[in-house]
Design a protein around this ligand. Sequence first.
Ligand SMILES: Cc1cc2nc3c(=O)[nH]c(=O)nc-3n(C[C@H](O)[C@H](O)[C@H](O)COP(=O)(O)O)c2cc1C
Length: 167
Amino acid sequence: MLELIKSRRSIRKYTAEPVTDEQVQAMLEAAMAAPSANNAQPWEFVVVRDAGLRQQLAATHSWSYMAADAPVVFVVLGDARRSDHWVEDTSAATQNLLLAATALGLGGVWVGIYPRAEREAHVRKALGIPEGKRVLCIVPVGHPAEQKPPRTQYDPAKVHRDRYGNR
Ligand SMILES: Cc1cc2nc3c(=O)[nH]c(=O)nc-3n(C[C@H](O)[C@H](O)[C@H](O)COP(=O)(O)O)c2cc1C
């Protein structure tokens, strides 16, 4: 598990090999295994395979182009009426989803939507997402066509012992 965490990297290039329904299911199950405040599970996911819709998602902003090439794109939604911790909860789910993709030999990338209103409006319109549901991010996933080495970004300057400033 510790090696897997370090192996998860942002993968932005994909081969043409499809992602199976079983793999999608496994990633969704991992996402919904995440912790959430009061176990509210305020998440929903739109699984986008349609090429036209992926093109629209790719046009959301300048760093969302990967959605056009990935065989599947997960759109992570949060219900702000159900929980005021929806951002943390759906972020935990997103990280689980990315780790599951890595475990399956797939690669993905967190494409930020929240908190930019214009990005959220674009995704909302493209997919018909109702007003009460917020859009945290979109996650294109596919078979990696780029290799990135595992790594930590451990930085001792970011660690304090007992009291702030103690090394
Ligand atoms: C909240 C958030 C928003 C991000 N938004 C984007 C994005 O819009 N497009 C993108 O290509 N990568 C995005 N990333 C991925 C980061 O660029 C990436 O995680 C970072 O450069 C570290 O690289 P690594 O994921 O390979 O460790 C986002 C990551 C987070 C956590």
